[in-house]
Structures are given as C-alpha cells and as structure tokens.
Design a protein around this ligand. Structure first.
Ligand SMILES: [Fe+2]
Ligand SMILES: [Fe+2]
Length: 203
C-alpha cells in the first residue's frame, strides 16, 4: 500500500493491523502490548521522516514481540518446529529467541512475505551490521520508545530523526554496556553493529 501520508490511526484501522493487534492483546501482558503500540508509533514516525516504507515499519513494529508471550520451553520447541538454526550464543540465551520465532510466526500466522519486515523482526534484539532501513528504524524504536526508562532514551530518539546510523550506534553501545554490567554474553551481531555504524559515521 502507498502509506507515506497515512495517519497512525488509519494504519491501526487496516484489517491486517487489526488482526495482529487482536492476537497481541490476547497473548501479551498489558504492559508488553502498550510497549508494542509505543514502538509502532515511533517506528511509523521515524519511517515517515526517513521516507522509508511506513506500512512496512507498521508491520515490523506490530510483529516484533509477537512471540514474547512464550516461555522458554515453548520457544525452544518452536525453534525446533520451524527448523531454525541457532548459533552458540542464541543456544544459551533464550531471551534472543522471540525475535527468530516471531519472524516465523509472522510468515505462518499472518502471511507476511515482505523481506524487510521479516528481517527487522528477526534482527530487532541483537542488531546486525547489514540492517536495512526498516530494521534500523525498529531497532531504535524498540530501545527508545517513550515508555522505556533508560536515561538516554530521549537523546537517542531525537538523534534518530536526523542521524539514524548514529542512533543505531548508540543503541548498540547501550546494549553492550548493559550486558557487560550484567555479566551476560554479547551476541557478535551487536558488536558488529557497533563497529559497522562506527565506521559509517566516521568515514
Ligand atoms: Fe523484543
Ligand atoms: Fe520490544
């Protein structure tokens, strides 16, 4: 659909959005569902600002946490059912799995076929050095939506309107710092995202 000038209310009233929103409101906690709507608002606005596909941003935001209601056991069984190949870090960190399962759910349940939507859902937790614009928009919107409480959320969200790659770099940095503080593993894609954006914004 030609969605560049479409309002958020109209995007939310689209039958496909309604189908996904109804699934999410039935499956997710109230707080998680509100987070998704907040990510949707920021992602749509950012996509519009960067002349990216607003409908794709809408779908990616709505779908990004669609598997977040699943417990660890369910996530691993869905990984097996879908035949998803996990790397060594994903195998030990179930918090990374909802992104991979969510992308498969988007295809199977909601018949989503757009590559950039599925890529954005799949990469939203770890980032990736090869993210397209919708993936970058979702990666930043997920971290910097207004309900988030990190101290640098406002700065990163504002930066994303003018310097999207700088904002992606800041999100990767914040995630690396957070994981180090917590003594947790860091997925190589988060480090690669940090390095790739560092190179791009300094060249
Ligand atoms: Fe997520
Ligand atoms: Fe999220």
């Amino acid at each position: 659909m030609d969605s560049q000038g479409t309002s958020l209310a109209a995007l939310r009233a689209h039958p496909k959005s309604i189908e996904i929103q109804e699934y999410l409101s039935a499956k997710l906690s109230v707080g998680r569902f509100q987070h998704v709507l907040s990510v949707q608002e920021v992602a749509v606005d950012l996509a519009r600002a960067h002349k990216a596909d607003v409908w794709h941003a809408n779908l990616a935001a709505l779908l990004h946490d669609s598997a977040k209601w699943m417990d660890t056991q369910r996530l691993y069984s869905e990984v097996e059912r879908y035949g998803i190949q996990l790397d060594s870090v994903e195998k030990l960190n179930p918090s990374l799995l909802h992104a991979l399962v969510g992308a498969e759910l988007a295809v199977e349940k909601f018949k989503v076929t757009e590559f950039e939507v599925l890529e954005a859902v799949r990469k939203h937790t770890t980032g990736s050095p090869s993210m397209g614009i919708i993936s970058q928009v979702l990666y930043v919107a997920d971290f910097a939506e207004p309900m988030r409480t990190h101290s640098d959320v406002h700065v990163i969200r504002k930066l994303a309107y003018t310097e999207l790659e700088c904002a992606v770099h800041q999100v990767a940095l914040a995630q690396i710092e957070h994981l180090l503080r917590k003594g947790r593993m860091i997925h190589p894609n988060t480090l690669h995202t940090y390095n790739e954006m560092f190179t791009n914004i300094n060249s």
